[in-house]
Design a protein around this ligand. Structure first.
Ligand code: CP
Ligand code: NVA
Length: 330
């Protein structure tokens, strides 16, 4: 497995075959077992990686740091203000400097073209820790979580509710099409994924015996679904002024008990996190004051229910990021 992806970048799932994606999920599962059993796996002793975060993070940063340490590597973190990137030094130059010092580079930030440029010029594997367009490391964790619950992928139905044009929804559409999972984007017309990407995913889905559907009908979308997935209504990098418009557009697509009741008996709820399911954050308190909402994309009832797998997903970020680094650096 490690051999097969050695030296590759991990920028978007479109670049990988279903067998390669399944291999990463298998490796993540194996590394999860080793971690739980306390079996050391310092396979990358002596290597060094750098993590560039131009947007904030809890899960992705901590996953790269813990996974890097577990694999025996040195880890350097560059926060949004801690380097010359973008202000005094271009991405192209940054790539050529960091590539001389590090064995791998993680990038979280804005346009997909930035991470593609880093990959083109660095000479070492580059991992996409989230861009405006895609969030591919999240997908390996989500696929692992799905397989832990259902045993395999083909024939399952995953519904993404809400802002179906964001990075997580785009990535889920690709991941599902590759793995034979029927994907439904459920939201208003204004929040549907890019038509070109939908066309690409439909062609991939046809090869793998599944479908990609877009709909605004919640009951139709969620009937018999195995997985109901949602994400925040305004993503990082989007202006806060969008909240009012998004709340109006997306409130009908909130994941609540009614929505879950349409799904299959064994259906699970997933969310990449962070989630607005209560008023225990500064942003949520501000939204409550301005719009009177105490929950947004998911109700607290669903978030805290036995069907919710959100913390398994969060844990799986670490195991899957470890698998991605081991496969590409090993
Ligand atoms: N799901 C996810 O990427 O979380 P962070 O923004 O905390 O990294
Ligand atoms: N769509 C969200 C995902 C966060 C993990 C964002 O980009 O902010």
């Amino acid at each position: 497995m490690s051999q097969a992806l050695s030296g590759r970048h991990f920028l978007k799932l479109l670049d990988f075959t279903p067998a390669e994606i399944a291999g990463l999920v298998d490796l993540a599962q194996d590394l999860k077992q080793k971690k739980h059993e306390g079996i050391p796996h310092r396979y990358l002793e002596g290597k060094n990686i750098v993590l560039i975060f131009e947007k904030t993070s809890t899960r992705t940063r901590c996953s790269f740091e813990v996974a890097g340490h577990d694999l025996g590597m040195g880890v350097t973190y560059l926060d949004p203000s801690g380097s010359q990137i973008g202000n005094k030094e271009s991405i192209k130059d940054t790539a050529r400097v960091l590539g001389r010092m590090f064995d791998g580079i993680e990038y979280r930030g804005y346009g997909q073209e930035i991470v593609e440029t880093l990959a083109e010029y660095s000479g070492v594997p580059v991992w996409n820790g989230l861009t405006n367009e895609f969030h591919p490391t999240q997908m390996i964790a989500d696929l692992l979580t799905i397989r832990e619950n259902f045993g395999s992928f083909p024939g399952l139905k995953l519904v993404f509710m809400g802002d179906a044009k964001n990075n997580v929804a785009n990535s889920l559409m690709v991941a599902c099409a590759k793995m034979g999972i029927n994907f439904v984007a459920c939201g208003p017309a204004e929040c549907m994924p890019d038509a070109q990407l939908v066309e690409t995913c439909r062609a991939i889905a046809a090869e793998n015996g599944c479908e990609v559907q877009l709909t605004s009908d919640v009951e139709e979308a969620c009937t018999d679904a195995n997985i109901i997935y949602t994400d925040i209504w305004v993503s990082m990098g989007e202006p806060a002024s969008l909240w009012e418009e998004r709340i109006k557009l997306l409130s009908p697509y909130q994941v609540n008990a009614q929505v879950m009741s349409y799904a299959a008996d064994d259906a699970i709820f997933m969310h990449c996190l962070p989630a607005f399911h209560d008023t225990e954050t500064a942003v949520a308190k501000d939204i409550e004051e301005r719009f009177g909402l105490t929950e947004m994309e998911v109700t607290d009832e669903v978030f805290e229910s036995p069907r919710s797998r959100v913390f398994d997903e969060a844990e799986n970020r670490m195991h899957s990021i470890k698998a991605i680094m081991l496969a590409t650096l090993g």
